[in-house]
Design a protein around this ligand. Structure first.
Ligand code: CTP
Length: 411
């Protein structure tokens, strides 16, 4: 029994898909898990607490102030006991409360109190799932390390079809099992990641920069942390929170990023340079705000080249494995192959930033991995976190044995 002795909290919220939580509970208990069901008040409109109570063999928790329930006051103890916390189905309302730390019932209070892996399986109408507010909440939760599963596409309760269906029970069970057996294949590794854009000052209020959001670099840092690595994250300005557990080094300019990178290089076993470093900086930034001139008067800025940090790291890296990124818009493979050689990196992650929906500021990415031993691996479009894991998988594979370094056919 794969989940023998595991303590799982199953949160159920008010969606028509709540019936699938009954089937999920049966599967989890059949695998040996001890499951405590926690329902939102609205969930009880869809499935009765008695069903969950009977199948779990335990009281079902709902209200923080239920005088009948001893467990209700024990939310902290239950939060500490849990090995995994699964919310299935998770409504848009639950995602919003969790993202904002609202704790107005047993389920949401427990979510704040727990420190175990949390997995949420959203279910809602397709239009709701696509709403910017829901997507922002999902992003916030993912940044904090919550695993939010993608809902599936298909027929919805509203009669429409779209993306919003709760994944089927086997998919949910597999995700729970994965959450309970985290990969620790980077334990003992020290991973140095650079992320985000750099900002090169023009004057005290203006700067030159680029469209990098830092999502890819931050995803690499999160993935490496989850797999047991110690992570130093050197990042230019972004709106993202650094992943908990990383040593965070915020920087502004390419020169600051260079200094921080060199300082942390000696202790790194893997270096992943996802930052979009500005190639040029203003030669002499003004110490005071540049005043606007007359209407017809232009302004000429004199730019000088920034140091190529990646190249410098390649020369000084010693035994560290060095991964660079390449953003290309045309002749992608040719430019990437040239860049791999010119930069002297072990692995190059190539983005075609001309494509819609991937690359800069997007949630997804689609990359090509070129290595110095002649291998090419073309990955399908996936979330940036999945791309991050795929890059780390490739680093480990290329480092492990010389024979895996042989060229791989490109698909
Ligand atoms: N990079 C760097 N220092 C720079 C410029 C880029 O370390 N001054 C690194 C980036 O972190 C990235 C890689 O080099 O890992 C490639 O970045 P990219 O912008 O694609 O390449 P460039 O070297 O700027 O080449 P070009 O703009 O001519 O394509």
């Amino acid at each position: 029994m794969t989940l023998s002795g595991k303590q799982i909290v199953l949160g159920v919220t008010g969606s028509i898909a709540a019936y699938k939580a009954v089937l999920l509970l049966r599967e989890l208990t059949a695998r040996g898990a001890e499951v405590t069901v926690v329902m939102s008040a609205n969930a009880e409109h869809f499935v009765g607490a008695l069903t969950f109570r009977t199948l779990s063999g335990r009281p079902v928790l709902s209200s923080l102030f239920d005088p009948q329930s001893e467990e209700a006051v024990e939310h902290v103890a239950l939060a500490e006991r849990a090995d995994a916390f699964v919310v299935a189905p998770a409504t848009a309302n639950l995602l919003a409360k969790a993202a904002h730390g609202i704790a107005d019932d047993f389920l949401t209070t427990l979510l704040l109190a727990t420190r175990c892996p949390v997995l949420m399986a959203p279910a809602m109408d397709g239009g709701m799932w696509d709403h910017a507010a829901v997507q922002a909440n999902v992003e916030t939760l993912r940044e904090r390390g919550v695993t939010v599963l993608e809902p599936e596409a298909g027929a919805l309760a509203s009669g429409l079809s779209g993306r919003g269906r709760l994944p089927e029970v086997p998919t949910l069970v597999e995700a729970v099992e994965r959450a309970l057996t985290p990969q620790r294949d980077l334990a003992g590794e020290r991973v140095l990641v650079t992320s985000g854009p750099t900002r090169e000052p023009i004057d005290p209020v203006r700067y030159l920069s680029n469209r990098s959001s830092g999502k890819m670099g931050h995803a690499v840092a999160s993935a490496a942390l989850r797999r047991g690595a110690e992570v130093v994250l050197i990042s230019g300005p972004t709106t993202l929170q650094p992943p908990p557990g990383a040593v965070y080094v915020p920087v502004q300019t390419a020169e600051e990023m260079r200094e921080a990178s060199l300082q942390h290089l000696a202790s790194a076993s893997v270096v992943i340079k996802a930052a979009a470093v500005a190639d040029y900086r203003v030669e002499r930034p003004s110490a005071t705000k540049i005043k606007s001139g007359g209407k017809d008067e232009g302004l000429t800025l004199s730019l000088v080249a920034n140091p190529d940090i990646l190249k410098e790291l390649a020369q000084r890296k010693g035994g560290a494995f060095l991964v660079g990124f390449a953003a290309e818009t045309n002749d992608v493979r040719k430019h990437a192959a040239d860049k791999l050689r010119a930069k002297g990196v072990d692995l190059l992650v190539v983005n075609d930033v001309s494509q819609q929906g991937i690359g800069f500021d997007a949630e997804d990415n689609q990359v090509l991995l070129l290595d110095r031993w002649g291998g090419t691996l073309e990955l399908p479009r996936m979330s940036k976190l999945e791309v991050a894991h795929a890059i780390l998988d490739r680093v480990l594979a290329l480092r492990s044995t010389p024979k895996t370094r042989r060229a791989q056919p490109s698909h």
